[in-house]
Design a protein around this ligand. Sequence first.
Ligand SMILES: Nc1nc2c(c(=O)[nH]1)N[C@@H](CN(C=O)c1ccc(C(=O)N[C@@H](CCC(=O)O)C(=O)O)cc1)CN2
Length: 286
Amino acid sequence: MPANVIDGKALAQKLREDMTEEVSQLKAEGIMPHLTVIIVGDDPASKTYVNGKKKATHQTGISSDVIEMAASVSEHELLEKITELNQDKTVHGILVQLPLPEHINEQKVIQAISPDKDVDGFHPVSIGKMMTGQDTFLPCTPYGIITMLQSYNIQIEGKHAVVMGRSHIVGKPVGQLLLNEHATVTYCHSKTTNLTEFTGNADILITAVGKPNVIKQEHIKEGAVIIDVGINRLDDGTLTGDVDFPSAAEKASYITPVPKGVGPMTITMLLNNTIKAAKGLSSVAN
Ligand SMILES: Nc1nc2c(c(=O)[nH]1)N[C@@H](CN(C=O)c1ccc(C(=O)N[C@@H](CCC(=O)O)C(=O)O)cc1)CN2
């Protein structure tokens, strides 16, 4: 039987409708959630994602602004801007779009953001809290993946989840969140040998490697849940994931498409985190 397709776009839409309600309630209480996004340089993909964030906040009633900095900006200048935003009580969430130019130390920048405003969930304080199962901002793409699985009533507990990729943004945190939900987690990466031994054993397979169509039907287990985080733009301009969708869909039980799978959930969870930040700040103020 062909797989059920997990419709990330529709789920994101539904969640955003609920968030719009919540934002209007917050506004009625005198709280105006505000997100500030910093983009450095003019990478076209980053610009698209930042525009998506701006549009999504606007549609949900969250106020936002985008600070554009030249690719030549110094690390010091960027850190100063973050310090200024940390002190600004009208700003609830701060996000620095990644990647940054090579002369800027990404970790230093992430660590400069106040953990109270870390809506990306990348600060070591947020990561430490996530690892110890405490309430915190969760990284948006991994959080979106868990939300998708839960919304489709896909069992995580006791399942073997295999994560391909070990980036700070997706691979590592999604494995931790799956572990928090009581999955048995295996990480695979570029140095893993006998990769198909692992992928073929996965009840839940998360691919975040950025290589078009590397996972095919023969690499997966019958009935597996396939979550494709890859966003690969082909020469003809079309987007494709890490998974060969048509062949894998014949064998999987659930599968996410690219586009309109995991992608729309990333920005949705950012909205969720911004609302959470706004609520947190209000309780501090009261
Ligand atoms: N500070 C951050 N930087 C980056 C993050 C992040 O979470 N925080 N993640 C990615 C990029 N990203 C958000 O920033 C992102 C990626 C993909 C999508 C998305 O909706 N994709 C669509 C396709 C869009 C297209 O046509 O290009 C989909 O898959 O349907 C949203 C956000 C790296 N940087």
